[in-house]
Design a protein around this ligand. Structure first.
Ligand code: MG
Length: 264
């Protein structure tokens, strides 16, 4: 009798383990990527804790540009932008004064920026199926200097690995908390960016970024480890102190509006 109970217990244990492994296998992230410098976490670490959800307040949406800002998009024209490959932006402006990044194509500003304050509003598409494409639902991003990605992705009804959620410095720092709004609602980033400093070709001070996401600080003066890449350590800094602002097109119909920047 004891023996039978033991076997049943063992089989039960195996069943639980199998279920656990199956669930883990579905969790986003990796267990074989390199460790980030001076960190206990790997790049896109599956085990890195998810940021705590916070319900944001109001007042961040519709912030109009100060008089010294460069207005990059006011709902009417994309003349300050071109596609990533240098061709003209596609006709993606919508009736509500936003644009659809899939229709415009990946965009970069014609002007280059270094130190700056940036306001941008964006929306995750509500209609996309999560089932088979969870890792790409609402995927876009704001690339400072065209190099360092401040991640945009659906993070209210979905999530990916911690350092890939909205408000992350992609592949480096998860947001401190997760103040995501629902897909189909407007969200905002206010980004305060300090460009890297070089002595000749040598990096002497990295870029720093502070991000306020839906009115909630999610990155607090973080030194950026390198350029945005996937599954590997952040890339080496290119020797430059300005670059275009870039908006990522990643096959998901993310909308943007009310974009302005104050060079500092
Ligand atoms: Mg992205």
């Amino acid at each position: 009798m004891m023996k039978k109970t033991s076997i049943l217990s063992f089989l039960g244990f195996c069943f639980v383990c199998t279920c656990f492994c199956l669930v883990r296998a579905e969790e986003p992230g990796y267990t074989d990527t390199p460790f980030l410098p001076d960190s206990q976490w790997r790049v896109h670490d599956q085990a890195r804790p998810q940021p705590q959800k916070v319900k944001p307040g109001t007042g961040d949406i519709g912030m109009t540009a100060p008089s010294d800002a460069v207005v990059l998009f006011d709902g009417k024209t994309l003349e300050k932008w071109m596609r990533g490959d240098g061709t003209p932006a596609g006709d993606g402006i919508l009736a509500d004064g936003s644009f659809d990044i899939v229709k415009t194509g990946q965009l970069r500003t014609k002007e280059e920026f270094g130190d700056c304050q940036l306001h941008v509003e964006w929306m995750s598409p509500p209609e996309e199926a999560v089932k088979n494409d969870r890792m790409n639902w609402g995927n876009s991003g704001v690339f400072m200097m065209g190099e360092f990605e401040m991640q945009i992705i659906e993070s209210h009804d979905s999530y990916i690995y911690a350092d890939g959620n909205a408000g992350a410095v992609y592949g480096q720092y998860p947001p401190l908390v997760n103040p995501a709004r629902k897909p189909g609602e407007w969200q905002s980033f206010d980004i305060y960016f300090t460009a890297p400093k070089f002595d000749g070709e040598k990096l002497v001070i990295p870029a720093y970024v502070t991000i306020v996401y839906n009115g909630v600080m999610v990155q607090n003066h973080q030194p950026i480890l390198g350029t945005a890449v996937h599954r590997v350590l952040p890339g080496a800094y290119p020797v430059k102190t300005t670059g275009p602002l870039m908006l990522q097109e990643h096959h998901s119909a993310v909308k943007f509006r009310n974009i302005w920047i104050r060079p500092l």
